[in-house]
Write a protein that binds this ligand. Sequence first.
Ligand code: GUN
Length: 294
Amino acid sequence: MTAQIIDGKAIAEQIRREVGEGVAELLAAGKPKPGLATVLVGERPDSAQYVRTKQKTCAELGMESFGYHLEATATQEEVESLVRQLNADPAVNGILVQLPLPSHLDEESVLRQISLEKDVDGFHPINIGRLAQKGRDPLFVPCTPMGCIVILKKMGVKLEGANAVVLGRSNIVGMPVALLLVRENATVTICHSRSQDLPGIVRRADVLIAAVGRARMVKGDWVKPGAVVIDVGINQIEDPTHPKGRRMVGDVDFDQVKEVAGAITPVPGGVGPMTIALLMQNTLRAAKIAQGLV
Ligand code: GUN
């Protein structure tokens, strides 16, 4: 059996279209453009690229973006005072501090400064804390984890009672996606580089989320036949046959796993486009919250 290849780009495009229509409605009602502020600290090329893509998407959907770039040597106070300034700016509806921050900075303390109503990344400790608690709802949910859940729902995957395995426990993807799966009534196992018998754990998954950051780690014989595999990995590997000499691969060995799984997201073109689409959706909602419309 060959797996169904999940077209994350198409799902993301539909969300982007809906967000664009929502923005147009706001503007037609005489409201200001929704605004997203991006805060980039340092010179990581991958982070700079992500931020550029987020700003470009804002423009495509009729939103405003405000780019702030601080030097890699910026102090805690400089970063936090910028966040406080953005909290007070009514043109800014969402604040995105690109992670990871340089290692001398206290990330949690920076994220804690963001107004809950502008925390479109959902990384404020209170929003994450609410995500982890029964009967409490965060104002915003992290975009990549939510992208995984939206894909699964669009595919009609039954999460209730399913065995879901999350490979990876990062603050940005692994842990929040596990919390979201629990909220969907899945039976969730989180495993990671120190887990014993990773292949054996992964093989029990009806739904596998691979977010461990190791190129093509998940092999065909790790996967239960028919499982749904969501590959969040973004790894660059050398490939002399490619024009740039390198190319992007996921955490899953796609060529092997597509022969076993029921459905699989490719890299690129799977989860990646969903992250930005959901960031735009969160920013539109933040603008509506600011206008008292939701
Ligand atoms: N770094 C990698 N993914 C993300 C994300 O979704 N948001 C932010 N702020 N930083 C990231």
